[in-house]
Design a protein around this ligand. Structure first.
Ligand code: T4K
Length: 398
């Protein structure tokens, strides 16, 4: 093991990869199809504002998800803001802290108060039992996050929302193409919000959407995305912003949609390879998905229990970074530990125990169409080696 230690780049060896391997490398479809679409956009000189590609993209997404309305936006964060505004959320909104900061920021930006809730340590999604305990007279909604594309406990959350007359919205930024009890994510709560950011399973460079089966809500959202203007009218019917998706972004999305099956096949292959290579290491949990549901397998998630592996997640990450494998600590620290929330709503260490604990344990690994099986073998060989020699490597590094 001493000899292998010396080979690790952190101990001066040559990095396993010459070029950096990233988490969140975009899935890119057929380049020629994209360029043809962009040429068409330039020829027709229609670049934004309800153009044909945005319309086509919205109807394709709605059809794939089996949802009545899809309103495409410039990104997922603005989609969250518009959904929350259109649904008339007020006062407090219960939200997990274990999420990307955009979930909390979207609420705070609107003058709403994010009330941070812990997660279920098994599914990593908002804990319905704690949600119920956090409800006050000022609570207007629950905002669940289908983190990693793993659906929230939609049934329990819907029951709570109904019982307390609360709105229920989902941040489905990670969950395009996932299903819950056989039904596509996008169909639950009052509305669900998608992200098509570059790092997402399906990307439009930057982009997002609100999807809903509620006609009235869809109508408000459609107005708000475009300054409150109704199609064909030049006077505002409501408050609005500029949340529109542009034509080039929609062209990218449509091109990606043509390769959706390929993206899924590759992500699933990668997921199975990682699972096979990293299974059975003491102190390591490989986050698994229910294979009887649909998932996009865009996130490869490891939980490292330092007490057992005797090497911390952060040390492992450092070692991987030295090998040019840029594993990421999503979501560390939790939203409640970042500003402005840390100062505005200080919470004690005991209040969100699973969020804090998982924040210290989770490492996400590279996947997607940019990765080949040999890369995964190399990555997993290093991880396995490091974790199996946790104590000696930790000692050498300290
Ligand atoms: N809700 C949730 C639960 C979310 O996860 C997100 C976004 C949102 C809401 C908001 O949706 P958007 O407004 O973003 O549509 C990244 C993404 O920027 C963000 O979209 C995403 N979540 C979050 C989980 O990840 P960072 O700060 O980690 O980005 P960055 O620049 O460090 O890039 C991440 C990795 O991707 C790096 O390893 C490099 C690689 N990358 C990135 C880009 C942009 C590429 O290889 N190519 C690229 O073009 O936030």
């Amino acid at each position: 093991s001493v000899r292998l230690n010396q080979k690790l780049a952190i101990f001066g060896g040559t990095p396993t990869f010459g070029d950096k391997i990233y988490v969140g490398r975009p899935n890119i479809g057929d380049r020629l199809h994209l360029l043809n679409r962009i040429n068409d956009i330039l020829d027709r000189k229609w670049l934004s504002n309800g153009g044909k590609y945005v319309q086509e993209f919205e109807s394709r997404i709605a059809k794939i998800l089996g949802v009545k309305h899809c309103i495409a936006t410039c990104n997922g964060t603005v989609a969250l803001q518009i959904a929350a505004k259109a649904a008339n959320l007020t006062g407090e909104v219960i939200v997990p802290s274990f999420t990307f900061i955009a979930t909390a920021h979207a609420l705070q930006w609107l003058g709403l108060t994010p009330v941070f809730c812990d997660i279920d340590p098994h599914t990593h999604t908002i804990d319905p039992q704690m949600v119920e305990k956090l409800i006050t007279r000022d609570t207007s909604a629950i905002l669940g996050v289908h983190v990693w594309g793993q659906p929230c406990n939609v049934e329990a959350l819907s029951a709570i929302a109904q019982r307390h007359n609360l709105k229920l919205i989902f941040d489905a930024a990670h969950a395009f193409y996932s299903s819950y009890q056989g039904r596509a994510i996008g169909n639950f709560g009052q509305a669900e919000v998608l992200s098509f950011h570059a790092t997402k399973f399906l990307n439009t460079f930057e982009g997002g959407a609100v999807v809903t089966n509620d006609d009235e809500l869809a109508n408000s959202i459609r107005l708000m995305v475009n300054f409150g203007f109704a199609a064909g009218y030049d006077n505002a019917m409501s408050i609005g912003t500029n949340g529109k998706m542009n034509e080039v972004c929609a062209a990218m999305g449509l091109t990606g949609l043509e390769s959706l099956d390929e993206f899924i096949t590759i992500n699933h292959r990668n997921y199975k390879l990682y699972q096979q290579e990293l299974g059975g290491i003491p102190g390591v949990r490989f986050f698994t998905f229910n294979e009887s549901e649909k998932n996009n397998y865009q996130y490869i998630v490891l939980e490292i229990d330092e007490k057992i592996t005797q090497i911390s997640r952060d040390r492992l990450m450092q070692i991987l970074h030295a090998e040019n494998i840029l594993a990421r600590r999503y979501f560390y620290p939790g939203c409640h530990q970042m500003e402005p929330y840390r100062s505005l709503f200080p919470l004690s260490q005991e209040q969100l125990p699973y969020t804090n604990c998982l924040g210290e344990r989770i490492l996400t690994l590279p996947t997607g169409t940019a990765i080949i099986p040999e890369d995964i073998s190399k990555i997993t060989r290093i991880i396995r080696f490091v974790l199996e020699h946790g104590l000696s490597i930790s000692q050498k590094l300290s």
